[in-house]
Design a protein around this ligand. Structure first.
Ligand code: GAF
Length: 412
């Protein structure tokens, strides 16, 4: 059974495609072209909106945005993925609930920049992308971040800075500001109550490194992450099971955590995770509530997952990279059983990858569909992908798509 691969475009190819789309649509050349990556999260799932730790890497798969200024406040938008007519939005009309679909992410970024006091006017924009959409690989954040850095360049906002030759952003603090802008666009204009890890990964990551994000104070540290030197690889399995954050399940999980924190009298569940006495007392007090069983499991996932991120980083520092495998496995079990955000396709991808020799595997991203990741010995990548493909076929499921994730550079 042959595995299907989703290749990342080269930068020159992506730039040419989006320039061509812009010229074919608007009859002139764009003034700026920028791009931003999707991400996979190595570990630390559903921790960001709990003030916790997360450890994403930027993917080599990127979204490309070509822009030119207009002298009115109209935004015209076209996307190669949507194959739709050119859409048109007036910036003055952008508000929660007024823009639907993918255009909300683009117009939302301009709206949030204006709300933060930046002088952003109308523009024409063309979008093209090799980040698979709906695959849990942050195509939304890649779209927002590509538009954010493009608007930054178009209007001379000087927030994005550069990406140095080693693939590191030169201006982390102001990139964190841009990430917040993208989160506002997603939360308020697109209506998805997500937590901010994805936008940080796309804007603040560094090539060859994972981004250790502390979502309580917004600080970030780049942790070396180069699997190839250890003879390892990270296989991404896009299960092709539908996934969306605008639906109610993600919001319910977030509300449950925030409700639990309120009942415990803490600012966020991070405080429970950091309690020197452990999470036992908090879990015991929640167990007595009417919905105690569910609350205990939700909180236990968050506190244990934050501890696993720290353990993962500690293991990486020892150089024994393969030893992170059991932490990935434990993360998946916790997301499946305690947080209940996995699904049959994700569980199958994880189990089939492990059966084919993966050293650890887990769902990545928000869940309810989307992608899994598996840590494998580099020479077994094809073997594991073929085995997972076979397992999906045996269940009568659509063939998954695969990619090898190498930590790439951030938006720029
Ligand atoms: C999605 C969200 F967008 C993130 O903010 C994060 O909560 C993630 O799910 C789960 O870790 O990607």
């Amino acid at each position: 059974m042959t595995a299907v691969w989703t290749e990342a475009w080269g930068r020159a190819d992506g730039t040419r495609r989006v320039r061509d789309l812009f010229a074919a649509t608007y009859g002139s050349a764009p003034q700026v072209v920028r791009s931003a990556p999707g991400r996979v999260n190595l570990i630390g799932e559903h921790t960001d909106y709990n003030g916790g730790l997360a450890l994403p890497i930027a993917l080599p798969h990127r979204t490309y945005a070509a822009l030119a200024r207009r002298d009115d406040d109209v935004v015209r938008l076209v996307s190669a993925q949507e194959r739709s007519e050119v859409r048109e939005v007036r910036l003055a009309d952008v508000a929660p609930g007024t823009v639907g679909g993918w255009a909300a992410y683009v117009a939302g970024v301009a709206w949030a920049l204006r709300a933060a006091g930046h002088d952003v006017g109308g523009f024409d924009v063309a979008i093209d992308s090799c980040v698979p959409s709906g695959a849990g690989l942050s195509s939304s954040a890649a779209l927002e971040a590509s538009v954010a850095v493009a608007l930054d360049a178009l209007h001379g906002l000087e927030l994005a800075g550069d990406v140095d030759p080693a693939g590191a952003p030169t201006h982390d603090a102001s990139r964190a500001v841009l990430a917040d802008v993208c989160v506002r666009a997603e939360n308020e204009i697109a209506g998805a109550p997500t937590g901010g890890m994805d936008q940080a990964a796309s804007l603040r990551a560094r090539a060859g490194h994972a981004l250790l994000l502390d979502c309580r104070d917004g600080s970030a540290r780049h942790v070396p992450f180069d699997l190839a030197t250890h003879g390892l690889a990270l296989l991404v399995v896009d299960t092709r099971a539908a996934h969306s954050h605008v639906d109610g399940e993600y919001a319910q999980r977030r509300a449950a955590c925030e409700g639990a924190a309120r009942r415990l009298g803490v600012a966020s569940l991070r405080d429970v995770a950091d309690d020197p006495h452990g999470d036992g007392p908090a879990l015991a007090s929640l167990a007595g509530e009417p919905d105690g069983d569910v609350l205990v499991r939700r909180v236990r996932h968050v506190t244990s997952e934050i501890a696993r991120v720290q353990a993962f980083v500690d293991v990486l520092a020892t150089g024994d990279v393969a030893a992170v495998g059991p932490l990935m496995d434990a993360s998946h079990t916790s997301l499946r059983d305690d947080y209940e955000v996995s699904c049959a396709e994700l569980d199958l991808a994880v189990e089939a990858a492990r059966a084919a020799g993966a050293l650890g595997a887990r769902m990545t991203g928000g869940g309810f569909g989307g992608s899994a990741i598996a840590l494998v010995e580099a020479h077994t990548v094809q073997h594991v992908a073929t085995a997972v493909t076979g397992a999906f076929a045996a269940r009568g499921l659509a063939a998954p798509a695969f990619a090898v994730a190498v930590a790439g550079p951030p938006a720029g």
